[in-house]
Write a protein that binds this ligand. Structure first.
Ligand code: NDP
Ligand code: HSE
Length: 444
């Protein structure tokens, strides 16, 4: 049978993974699709560097020529970013080519328009590799769990961030040193602040939430907090209380609307998610029929990401001759049945909280703090008051100038209420530093 021809845009970490898998597993892939699948050309910026890889492909710096090549059936975009990836994908779709992309930033922000363009041209725009690297989470949400009303998703969905937090917690390594290693290993985004400030995870959460709940992609509705402010001190206190700190993406469908949030989170140490380390990702999905299900695997890297991209290619090839209406809808729901749910204001989000208060060790401080929480009706689950550090001198102790941390764990509460409590605690004279606030999720 006539081979299916692939044009690659980008031959970096992901592009090379795709080329290697399609070459090494060509026979197995043909057994699955019924046709040979071949990469015929690749577009890059640096032609010499790409040719030195000796992958046996036509290499060009003219990416437009690849998307306009009539010989090519499927375009795989692994350049990243908006420009020129967006215009190349638009051109490819308009030319009637199927497009597979690993570019979550592009799908999260421009996905609605691109999916509409794909529909108009009766082609597929697929993006499994854009979320959680090698884990087939889009397929699981869209097909495996299709019988369910998805209630919530909570995931470690950035490999670089999890690698950094794990190395800091387990080996006491320095943040910037571990980030450099993640960049060397090809895990990090071109701009690594996307990884550490949670933007990459917010892109992925946007995509997962749309596929889970059947709604248009809404990146702007995600609340995002990064991991760069996490201190070893908080990692230590969390451990004393039986928790690990992980960078989580959480999407929850409530009766009054949708919460989508990315932030460092304390998770009970016994939960499987708390034990996902290094570049590994994991996504916990709760469906009304199945209950909680967990998906685990490498969240970044050349062949793990290539594995998801090639799976999308195989899916597309299998439906080449199918009427487009018989294909699985890209977001898992019929496009005219997507629902514009209310996006909840952050003040209405609900979570339990870890609060660290650095206070002067004076009589009445604890009573003042707890009365604020009592007045607001916020239940406190646990309190940890630490001894003053031995390094603080005796004179300071007599004058009441010794500092001590107080750690509070609250029950689940509206975010607006915890903000009020923090504001009132910060007004106490005995408070010597801004309150550290982290969310706590029991994931039960
Ligand atoms: P790399 O930086 O490793 O590779 C990018 C590739 O794109 C390079 O081959 C580069 O060419 C090429 N390129 C850049 N600009 C142009 C251009 N204007 N025209 C033609 N080619 C161009 O990135 P990754 O492979 O890591 O990431 C690619 C995409 O995959 C991103 O969207 C990323 O978010 C996503 N992704 C990455 C994962 C990972 O583990 N790395 C995992 C999941 C998704 P040259 O080398 O010549 O400069
Ligand atoms: N930079 C991303 C990560 C790549 O570290 O998770 C995979 O999407």
């Amino acid at each position: 049978m006539k081979p299916v021809k692939i044009g690659l845009l980008g031959l970096g970490t992901v592009g090379q993974g795709v080329a290697n898998i399609l070459t090494r597993n060509a026979a197995e892939i043909e057994r699955r699709t019924g046709r040979p699948v071949q990469v015929v050309s690749a577009a890059v910026r640096n032609q010499g560097k790409a040719e030195a890889l000796q992958l046996g492909l036509r290499v060009t710096t003219d990416a437009v020529s690849v998307v306009n090549d009539p010989e090519i059936d499927i375009i795989c975009e692994a350049i990243g970013g908006d420009d020129p990836a967006l215009s190349l994908i638009e051109q490819a779709l308009s030319n009637g080519k199927h497009v597979i992309t690993a570019n979550k930033a592009l799908i999260a922000v421009h996905g609605n328009a691109l999916l509409s363009l794909a529909r108009d041209n009766k082609v597929v725009l697929a993006f499994e590799s854009s979320v959680a690297g090698g884990i087939p989470i889009i397929k699981a949400l869209r097909e495996g769990l299709a019988a369910n009303q998805i209630e919530w998703i909570a995931g470690i969905i950035n490999g670089t961030g999890n690698f950094i937090l794990s190395e800091m917690a387990e080996k006491g390594r320095d943040f910037s040193d571990v980030l450099q290693e993640a960049q060397n290993l090809g895990y990090a985004e071109a701009d690594p602040t996307f990884d550490v400030e949670g933007i990459d995870a917010a892109h992925k959460l946007t995509i997962m939430a749309s596929v889970a709940f059947g709604m248009p992609l809404q990146f702007d509705a995600v609340y995002t907090e990064g991991i760069s402010a996490i201190t070893r001190e908080d990692v230590g206190f969390a451990e004393e209380l039986g928790y690990r700190i992980k960078h989580l993406g959480v999407a929850r469908k409530r009766s009054d609307g949708i919460e989508m949030r990315v932030h460092p989170t304390l998770i009970p140490e016994k939960r499987l998610l708390a034990n996902v380390n290094g570049v590994m990702n994991a996504v916990l999905v709760s469906g009304d029929a199945v209950g909680p299900t967990l998906y685990y695997g490498p969240g970044a890297g050349s062949e793990p990401t290539g594995s998801s991209l090639v799976a999308d290619i195989i899916d597309v090839v299998r439906t080449f001759d199918a009427d487009p209406v018989h294909r699985v809808p890209s977001l898992g729901f019929q496009h005219d049945a997507l629902t514009d749910y209310t996006m909840l204001d952050t003040a209405d989000y609900q979570s339990a909280y870890y609060l660290r208060l650095q206070v002067l060790d004076q009589p009445g401080v604890m009573a003042n703090v707890t009365s604020i929480f009592g007045d607001l009706g916020i239940s406190i689950e646990a309190i940890l008051q630490k001894e003053p550090e031995a390094s603080q001198d005796d004179n300071a102790s007599v004058s009441g100038a010794v500092e001590v941390p107080i750690i509070l764990l609250t029950r689940r509460v509206r975010e607006g209420l915890i903000e009020q409590a923090i504001e009132r605690v910060q007004a106490l004279e005995s408070l010597v530093q801004p309150v550290v606030r982290l969310r706590v999720e029991s994931l039960s």
